[in-house]
Design a protein around this ligand. Structure first.
Ligand SMILES: [Zn+2]
Ligand SMILES: [Zn+2]
Length: 420
């Protein structure tokens, strides 16, 4: 048995949005963060496939490394967007998914399938457009038939582009997957939801909940900004997939959903002539019509969860988290994580601790004793406050506006007088 830290959803420059990301930078950041296995991103895009084939070395057990023998491993991964016209829905359902592949041979087979369906592979995150539920389900089965260890997972399930999000307004996963549903073993929580919120949903709570960064950059506050710790037999592709299928999730490390831009229902200032921000901390109007401008409100994820069938089962274990580099920028009162003093302190801390994940694993006393020579007391208190979940977003995010961070350095934290 092994604890394995995985971050299996990322994008390359080909997904749009940013320049290219060097694999060497990814490996570097993984080593600071303590991420063991990273999803390559965009592995179906031909130029990217070629790059990965050339640059990555086959290690063993269907995982890859940049330099033979590196501790940091890569797993072949892409995101695809399924769209389908379902009966009874005016708009097409749009649902982002991540797919894991055990080998380059299976990627070639996927490429052939996409060609046979006349689906273009010219962007990092390709579309698979289906005219009917029947076509969608046939295609899902065809992808699974490539290899029994291919894994298909609904991505950031509650965001507007996620399967159960407010754009789609599906009432159940079964409506989308039909007979394929038993092949769905897991979901990605995404930045906008955590296991506590998702455990309220009856159908969703039967699945393993995974959390990944969905990053488009190798920066210290992007890779591993969310990740999952699996209970695995060893570090291999099959063990990772089997742990996911058997729900052997030790815990996930999550953004606090209240930070997300669509947590609460509301309208931001400036929208439809709103003079000031409007958001509903308690109950949103049941008809979701704005009492001020009379237009449809932007439904927040919290309220979207309340609309779905409720379960009441306990949540999978998780922590809320802020990347250490962001915590240090906050502690030093600077906006940019590229600030020299923030970068230097980060590197000093990693020199002492080994990796960032050690903060989550070890005791407050251990962290204090390791850092007392290189950090101020205020800085240590800030790090421990985040570790112990003493932070909130006030107000929370809504209608495209991020939540505003407050770290409560003095709440419930023992004064670190445990120095000896
Ligand atoms: Zn996506
Ligand atoms: Zn309004």
């Amino acid at each position: 048995m092994k604890q394995v830290c995985i971050d299996l959803h990322s994008h390359s420059g080909y997904a749009g949005g940013v320049g290219d990301i060097r694999l060497a930078d990814i490996v570097n950041t993984m080593s600071y963060k303590g991420i063991d296995v990273f999803g390559t991103g965009d592995c179906l895009y031909p130029t990217r496939t070629k790059e990965l084939r050339e640059e990555l070395k086959y290690e063993e057990n269907q995982l890859f490394s940049l330099n033979k023998g590196d501790r940091q491993r890569f797993l072949l991964q892409t995101e695809v967007i399924f769209t389908v016209q379902l009966e009874g829905y005016k708009q097409r359902i749009v649902a982002h998914h991540i797919i894991f592949f055990p080998s380059f041979e299976t990627i070639e087979k996927m490429d052939k399938l996409m060609n046979s369906w006349k689906q273009k592979n010219t962007i990092g995150r390709p579309f698979i457009v289906c005219n009917s539920s029947k076509m969608l389900i046939e295609r899902l089965f065809a992808i699974q038939a490539i290899d029994s260890m291919v894994e298909i997972i609904p991505a950031h399930i509650m965001t507007p582009d996620g399967l159960m999000g407010s754009k789609n307004m599906l009432s159940s996963m079964k409506e989308f997957y039909g007979d394929f549903l038993p092949h769905i073993h897991a979901l990605e929580t995404g930045l906008s939801a955590d296991p506590a919120m998702l455990s309220q949903l009856e159908e969703v709570n039967t699945l393993a909940m995974l959390s990944f960064s969905d990053c488009h950059s190798a920066a210290l506050n992007r890779i591993g900004r969310e990740f999952t710790v699996l209970d695995c037999d060893d570090i291999s592709y099959n063990s990772i997939i089997n742990s996911i299928r058997q729900k052997r999730i030790n815990y996930t490390v999550e953004f606090n959903p209240a930070e997300g831009r669509y947590f609460l229902t509301g309208h931001r200032a400036g929208k439809n002539g709103h003079q000031e921000d409007l958001y509903f901390l308690e109950e949103a109007p049941t008809d979701m019509i704005c009492p001020v401008c009379k237009k449809k409100l932007m439904t927040g994820v919290r309220d979207r969860c309340k609309m779905l069938k409720q379960s009441g089962s306990p949540a999978q274990h998780f922590f809320h988290f802020i990347p250490l580099i962001d915590v240090l920028a906050h502690a030093k009162g600077v906006k940019s994580i590229t600030s020299n003093k923030v970068q230097k302190l980060y590197k000093d801390i990693i020199n002492k601790l080994g990796t960032e994940t050690v903060i989550q694993i070890e005791s407050d006393e251990y962290i204090y004793n390791k850092l007392r020579d290189i950090c101020t007391l205020e800085e240590i208190k800030t790090i421990l406050a985040v570790k112990n979940q003493h932070f909130t977003y006030n107000p929370p995010g809504f209608d495209g506006v991020y939540g505003k961070l407050e770290i409560n350095k003095n709440s419930n934290i023992k004064e670190p007088d445990y120095a000896n």
